[in-house]
Design a protein around this ligand. Structure first.
Ligand SMILES: Cc1cc2nc3c(=O)[nH]c(=O)nc-3n(C[C@H](O)[C@H](O)[C@H](O)COP(=O)(O)OP(=O)(O)OC[C@H]3O[C@@H](n4cnc5c(N)ncnc54)[C@H](O)[C@@H]3O)c2cc1C
Length: 421
């Protein structure tokens, strides 16, 4: 079979892969953008494109096509049903809003932007990668082969590229599984729901109810499974109960049981733990790199920022791209994920503690004064937040979190894999 040669083969055309390909192609690289799916394809998601993702799109001069709903303040519903509004406000380098855009159209639009910038679309499932000393050889199903000086793994949480390059220690990964359903009724504000299914114990994850641009709502349930992926099925099994919980709280009228055609689930790989983001001439971006925020499940912004970083690192010199990229990821994400990964592992493993923390933080006497800082901290916005009370609260949470979690298992992993930080 003929081998086609590219400077870079990007595996996966989600937000990570498309942004990587856009920046590389604009920089003059010959790029193949490979995906096993033909686009448009759906992707399990809450469809919330956060402020940092909007900032990346703005920086790249990209305006999403199609319908979108603005997202601003978010409501957190605590284990005892108390509601706390978390404010969304302008940062130094991010806007005070996000968008709700269904992934079916959003991802297809971004792929079109990548192709418009000059990337070559290849449809096929990557099966093997030979990461030898010369050009890497990428084998697709059907026998097609590509050769590339650099391979970027943007192929999602269960990345084949990460496995083939030996960059994942699956026993250490913080896995999550989440399932989404579309509801035929409008919702005004996004809600995150901490669900107390049994007295004193919070579901090990959270549910959401987000507005959509089309009069529909996006509702779902995500479960943290730590390193044991067998527990992931719990999210699908309990989705009908969770939708009924939303109805009982008066958040929706007729949610049904979520079993309609829009139901879709997917894995999340969170908190960076267990994945080395780059080695040699293989770089991982987005979910493949395990960048999903372990406290609130956001990953689109991280996919885009890491895609851009990876592309810039390759354009600056393929031979040293891995080191440059790792330094960039460390600068942007390491401090936060050190703390957030340990907090996630603690709370998922201890539903009683999670219930106490959730009740405390959503109690008006505690939650209201902390709401701005909470919003900044758990949305990983500390670096771009201007001076003021929210920044002070978020910075304090970061310092305290680092001190409290310094002996955790994930902190030990970070110390081993990122020894210079
Ligand atoms: C139910 C759910 C709800 C979520 N809600 C939100 C939310 O509201 N907001 C948010 O920011 N994040 C959310 N996330 C996380 C978000 O979806 C991901 O972080 C984001 O999609 C990561 O983008 P990516 O490009 O890294 O990977 P993906 O979007 O997963 O793209 C990976 C691509 O790789 C392709 N691929 C995989 N394997 C191969 C292969 N072997 N060969 C070729 N192609 C391959 C796939 O077909 C896919 O197109 C949610 C996740 C889930 C599961």
């Amino acid at each position: 079979m003929v081998e086609e040669h590219f400077d870079v083969v990007v595996v996966g055309s989600g937000p990570a892969g498309s942004v990587t390909a856009i920046v590389l192609a604009r920089g003059g690289a010959r790029v193949a953008l490979v995906d096993k799916a033909a686009f448009p394809r759906d992707k399990a998601c809450g469809d919330a494109i956060g402020p940092r993702a909007v900032a990346v799109l703005d920086d790249l001069g990209l305006t999403p096509a199609g319908e979108r709903a603005p997202l601003g303040d978010m409501v957190v519903v605590g284990p005892s049903g108390r509601r706390l509004r978390l404010p969304c406000f302008d940062g130094i380098d991010y806007p005070g809003y996000g968008y709700a855009i269904p992934r079916l159209g959003f991802d297809a639009w971004l792929v079109d932007e990548a192709l418009g910038a000059g990337a070559t679309a290849v449809t096929g499932r990557v099966q093997e990668i030979d990461v030898g000393a010369g050009p890497h050889v990428i084998e697709l199903d059907g026998g097609r082969r590509l050769r590339a000086d650099v391979v970027i793994g943007a192929d999602g949480a269960t990345s084949r590229v990460a496995d083939a390059a030996g960059l994942v220690d699956a026993r250490r990964v913080l896995w999550g599984f989440a399932v989404r359903a579309y509801l035929d009724e409008p919702v005004a504000l996004p809600h995150i729901v901490l669900w107390q299914r049994e007295p004193g114990r919070v579901f090990p994850g959270y549910g959401w109810l987000f507005p959509g641009p089309d009069g529909r709502a996006n509702a779902g349930l995500g479960i943290g499974t730590l390193s044991d992926r067998r527990a992931g099925a719990g999210a699908v099994r309990l989705l009908p109960d969770f939708l009924e919980h939303l109805r009982r709280m008066g958040l929706v009228d007729k949610p049904g049981d979520g079993s309609g055609p829009g139901r879709l689930g997917g894995w999340l790989k969170m908190g960076m733990v267990g994945t080395t983001p780059a080695a040699g001439r293989v770089l991982l971006t987005g979910d493949a790199a395990g960048l999903v925020n372990p406290l609130q499940g956001e990953g689109i912004a991280h996919a885009m920022t890491s895609g851009r970083l990876a592309a810039e690192a390759v354009l600056a010199g393929p031979g040293t791209a891995a080191a440059r990229y790792r330094a960039g990821i460390a600068r942007q994400h390491l401090e936060y994920h050190r703390v957030a990964a340990a907090a996630h592992a603690t709370l998922v493993g201890r539903p009683g503690v999670a219930a106490v923390v959730g009740k405390l933080l959503t109690h008006p006497l505690v939650g209201r004064p902390l709401a701005g800082g909470w919003s900044v901290f758990w949305n990983e916005l500390l670096e771009g937040t201007p001076p003021g009370t929210p920044r002070t609260v978020a910075a304090a949470a970061s310092v305290i979190g680092r001190a409290v979690t310094r002996r955790s298992a994930s902190a030990r992993w970070f110390d081993r894999v990122w020894p210079t930080t």
